[in-house]
Write a protein that binds this ligand. Structure first.
Ligand code: CA
Length: 229
């Protein structure tokens, strides 16, 4: 039975959702606030999908969504938005939600959305397609040469793309500047090793929260660099 997290602070709505999910063959896991939801997800790593209410007593549903995605989780997320305002839907989808249902909703509508998303997730054979490399909050798509951090697209030059691809393909491996130069610029490149440093610096500005204290692309002193995540 697929586990579904139901985050909703109003007991009436929560039990209404839970009953309907059970009736449709799902195993609901209940949470009444944002922090509770995050700890339930930790306790139940096999949860397939989460229904997240937006207005909650502690952290809001968008923040819960953001934290789920920041942890690298690819579970299905449906936002339960109270208002029918477009802004809620847009924010929800931008923070990494897959779908949204506007309250009040009928049991049939909710289960139809849940079924559809479960089907969609199931069709993505395996965990992730072979052209995707994920690491922490990053998702690199080698088919269309794009990088996302926390589901947000980062604009990279082709050199920066090749650099981050090299690092994400070799997590934890210390790479010398010579190795990096050869792998990214090619054997015939006659430029200086400084070229590597300059481009790493630019890449850090795009991917690190604080480029002077890099958390992901770290320096290996006197040697080169490492994907430290
Ligand atoms: Ca609420």
């Amino acid at each position: 039975m697929k586990k579904i997290l139901v985050l909703e602070d109003e007991p009436n709505i929560r039990s209404f959702v839970v009953i309907n999910l059970r009736r449709n063959g799902y195993e609901p896991i209940e949470a009444e606030n944002g922090m509770d939801a995050l700890s339930q997800l930790e306790k139940n790593p096999d949860i397939s999908l989460a229904l997240l209410d937006v207005m909650l007593p502690d952290i809001d549903g968008f923040e819960v969504c953001r934290r789920i995605r920041a942890s690298g989780s690819k579970i299905g997320i449906i936002m339960l938005t109270a208002k029918s305002q477009e802004i809620d839907k847009v924010t929800g989808l931008m923070t990494g939600a897959d779908d949204y249902v506007t309250k009040p909703f009928s049991p049939a509508e909710l289960t139809a959305r849940v079924d559809a998303l479960i089907r969609r997730l199931g069709n993505d054979a395996g965990d992730k397609p072979s052209y995707e490399i994920s690491s922490g909050p990053f998702l690199l798509n080698t088919r269309n040469r794009t990088l996302e951090k926390d589901c947000k697209r980062l604009k990279l030059t082709q050199i920066e793309y090749l650099l981050i691809k090299l690092f994400m393909e070799n997590p934890g491996k210390a790479m010398s500047r010579e190795d990096i130069l050869r792998a990214v610029w090619g054997e015939d490149f006659s430029g200086e090793l400084k070229t590597v440093d300059v481009n790493i610096r630019r890449l850090r500005i795009k991917i690190e929260a604080d480029p002077t204290e890099p958390e992901f692309l770290t320096t290996v002193w006197g040697f080169g660099y490492k994907w430290g995540y």
